[in-house]
Structures are given as C-alpha cells and as structure tokens.
Design a binder for this molecule. Structure first.
Ligand SMILES: Cc1cc2nc3c(=O)[nH]c(=O)nc-3n(C[C@H](O)[C@H](O)[C@H](O)COP(=O)(O)OP(=O)(O)OC[C@H]3O[C@@H](n4cnc5c(N)ncnc54)[C@H](O)[C@@H]3O)c2cc1C
Length: 380
C-alpha cells in the first residue's frame, strides 16, 4: 500500500506529490499520459513563488485601462520542463482513475483498465471537477505566438470590444499575444476571440507563426464537499475567481498540505485526510474567497468601458494593495481594504456595478460537486 496516491499529473498533482515525498511518505501519481508535456503557457507574479524556474522574467509590467500603468512588480513565464524537474516526482503510473472506495484502513482506487491500487490517502488533482451544472463563469482566451518581442503587457483594454490583449515575451525572441475575455457566464466562445485576434494582428501588420493557445478556465469552481478524498489544485477550487490563476496557489500550498498529512499520518488515514483538507481551506481563505467571488460577479457585468475604468483604478493602487487582491489568499483585511478603496475611488455608475453584483450568499460556492467521493465513474 502506498501512503499517498495522487490522481492527476498536472502541476498541482506534481507539487503535492513532491512535497509528500520530500517528507518521507511513499507516493504514487496516476495520470492517463504521464509523460505528456504540460501544454499551457503559465504566467505567475514573481513574488508569489520565489525560485520558480522561468523562461523569461519581466521586472516591470505594463497595463492599460484607458491609460498606461507601469507596475513595479515582476512577472514571469514558467519554464514548464524546469518546473517538472524542480518538483521531481518519484513515480508516475499510467492510468485513469475511475473511482475510489474508502475504508477504515485506507482507500482502494479503481482504474479504467480494471486495476485496483491501495493507498492510505487519496488525492484528487485531476483538474476541473466533473459534473458541474449550468453555464459556468469562464475566462476564455485565444493566443498566437508572433515573431517579435516587446514589453510584457498584462492587460490592454484600449479599443476593447469586451476582451483585452495579454502580451507575454517568451524569452526566445517571440511572444504570445492573447485575446482574453476576463470573466463571462458562459465564456466568450474561443473562435470569436480568435477572429478578434486575427483582425488585431492583421491591422498591426503582424503575421503569426507557430502554435496557438486556447484557454478555458472555469472561474466558479465549487469549494470541496466534505469527504475522505483530499482534493488539490483546480479540483480543490484553488482557482482565483476574479483572475483565473491557480498555479502559484497550488505551489504555495503543497508544502502546507503535505505537513498536515505527515503530522496526522500516524493517527490514521481519515484523520490525515481531514487535516490536509483543513490546511487547504482555513476560515480566512473561505472568507477571502467569498469576497473574490463578489469581485467575479462585478466583473462579469461590466461593459468594456467600465472594465477599462475599473482597471485604471486597480492599477493606480499601490502594489501592496494590488498584491493583496491578486495573491493574498488568507489576507482578509488586505483584500477587503483593496475592494473598499476601489469602491471609494469609483465613479457613480461603476460603484453601482460593484455593489449590485448579486447573490452574495452563494459566494462561498459550498455544497456542490467534488469527484471521487465514493465509487463513481467520472465522465472523462
Ligand atoms: C491554456 C491555459 C493557460 C493557463 N495559464 C495560467 C497561468 O498563466 N497562470 C495560472 O496560474 N493559471 C493558468 N491556467 C489555469 C490553471 O493554472 C491551469 O489549468 C493548471 O494546469 C491547473 O493545474 P492542475 O494540476 O490543478 O490541473 P491540470 O493541469 O488540469 O492537471 C490535471 C491532470 O489530471 C489528469 N487527469 C484527468 N482526469 C484524470 C483521471 N480520471 N485519472 C488520472 N488523472 C486524470 C489530466 O490528464 C491532467 O494531467 C491556465 C489554463 C489554461 C487552460
């Protein structure tokens, strides 16, 4: 029997598996395609995860609402192969998890080919939970690599018809330019964003070359239900509802969750799993999450002009205040202060948009789907 079995060989699964292995637990990662390169181009604020292997780092970041903001906050493009090595997961077994049964002494994990694997603790790091109902709030984007390298532009809302430009130098003389819809329910279809991007590049006389990137991020991933499975990464709802980012949070939390598992391990699998789940979602993180969900609802309802106005205000705040909202997962005071400052500085019509975002009660997203809570067959 392995101590920890992780379903999902994405960055979150690797991060938690690696943290557990470093603490002396035996770990198995199961993924349908263990050697597949992580295809996404990940960007992260450099202050979020010190030492992260990077393909490119921009010491300053540009952002545009209606005007230019030069942010004194470094942003980096993750070196995915370097990150994989950095995390150094001991073993990844090919296989697709289809269900799990929990017992008093551990769990039995079912694989699609009929194999059964025994583990003390089962971790679900398999990405977006299956079975989410209804149209979800989504961030969608379409990106192309162009043969030019310019400054990093985190957001450019000028000339927006509902999506903004994200421009990421890749460190090899090329850059990824993405047409991004920040938050809509349902998301703006990717072919529409592709059409906008092709028109934008044609107007600038730029010919794309190389690969395209398609982004669809569910922003309102529900928080985990009670249970024995330890969710992690996107599967644990670690996605920032107003920005779509989750990678840095998964990397930051992996050591904390692994510590909780190790400390409680001798008390038995159920206690260890409960301790890990508690480390994932402490009360302050839930409270911040509720505020961020309120931010998501406000963003979903903004016109392009209001978005530009809003981000002029946001990027006009001190970096510490911006960081509190983007990265302060347990910083309730900082998140609330940033939101209050934005509200105070907003003109009347934007203020109305910020306060009338409805359904505040559902902000915590409690009580919805988490896979692998018992024997069940996920749809993919
Ligand atoms: C194109 C794109 C760009 C993004 N850019 C950023 C960014 O710049 N910064 C950021 O913070 N976030 C970004 N995100 C969002 C998020 O960080 C990523 O989705 C990230 O990959 C999530 O990591 P994860 O390990 O939780 O899930 P995933 O990366 O989705 O990994 C899940 C893994 O589980 C495996 N799996 C699925 N089902 C099973 C099963 N039944 N059994 C076993 N294994 C299974 C999958 O094959 C996969 O390998 C981006 C997302 C996309 C799509």
């Amino acid at each position: 029997m392995t101590d920890v079995l992780v379903a999902g060989g994405g960055p979150a699964g690797h991060a938690l598996a690696s943290a557990c292995a470093r603490r002396g637990l035996s770990v198995t990662v199961v993924d349908p395609d263990p050697h597949r390169k992580w295809p996404n181009t990940y960007g992260v604020w450099a202050d979020e995860v010190p030492g992260l292997p990077a393909k490119a780092i921009s010491p300053t970041t540009l952002a545009y609402g209606t005007r230019e903001h030069r942010l004194d906050r470094a942003y980096l493009v993750v070196d995915n192969a370097g990150l994989r090595e950095w995390l150094a997961v001991p073993e990844v077994v090919p296989g697709k998890v289809t269900g799990v049964e929990h017992g008093p002494h551990g769990s039995t994990v079912h694989l699609a080919d009929g194999r059964r694997l025994a583990t003390a603790v089962f971790v679900d790091a398999s990405g977006v939970p299956r079975g989410l109902r209804g149209p979800r709030a989504e961030q969608t984007a379409y990106g192309l690599v162009v043969p030019a390298s310019d400054e990093l532009v985190f957001m450019d809302w000028r000339d927006s018809i509902g999506s903004f430009r994200y421009q990421l130098p890749l460190g090899d003389g090329s850059m990824l330019v993405e047409e991004t819809s920040l938050a809509q329910r349902p998301g703006v279809p990717i072919p529409e964003l592709a059409r906008r991007l092709h028109a934008r590049l044609a107007a600038a006389g730029i010919r794309p070359e190389g690969r395209a990137e398609r982004v669809r991020i569910v922003l309102d991933v529900p928080l985990p239900r009670r249970g024995r499975t330890v969710p992690f990464g996107v599967a644990a709802g670690l996605v920032h509802p107003a920005t779509g980012y989750s990678l840095a949070t998964s990397l930051q939390l992996a050591p904390q969750v692994a510590d909780a598992l190790v400390d409680a391990f001798d008390a038995g699998p159920a206690t260890a799993a409960a301790a890990a789940r508690k480390a994932l979602w402490p009360p302050e993180a839930r409270a911040v999450h509720a505020l961020r969900r309120h931010g998501l609802r406000a963003l979903c309802g903004m016109s392009p002009a209001q978005s530009a106005q809003f981000f002029d205000l946001f990027f006009g705040l001190p970096i510490a205040a911006q960081r509190a909202f983007t990265s302060g997962r347990t910083d309730l005071a900082g998140t609330a202060a940033t939101m209050a400052n934005l509200f105070r500085a907003a003109p009347a019509d934007l203020r109305r948009k910020l306060v009338t975002a409805r359904n505040f009660r559902s902000a915590t997203g409690m009580g919805a789907v988490t896979p692998f809570q018992g024997t069940q067959v996920p749809r993919r």
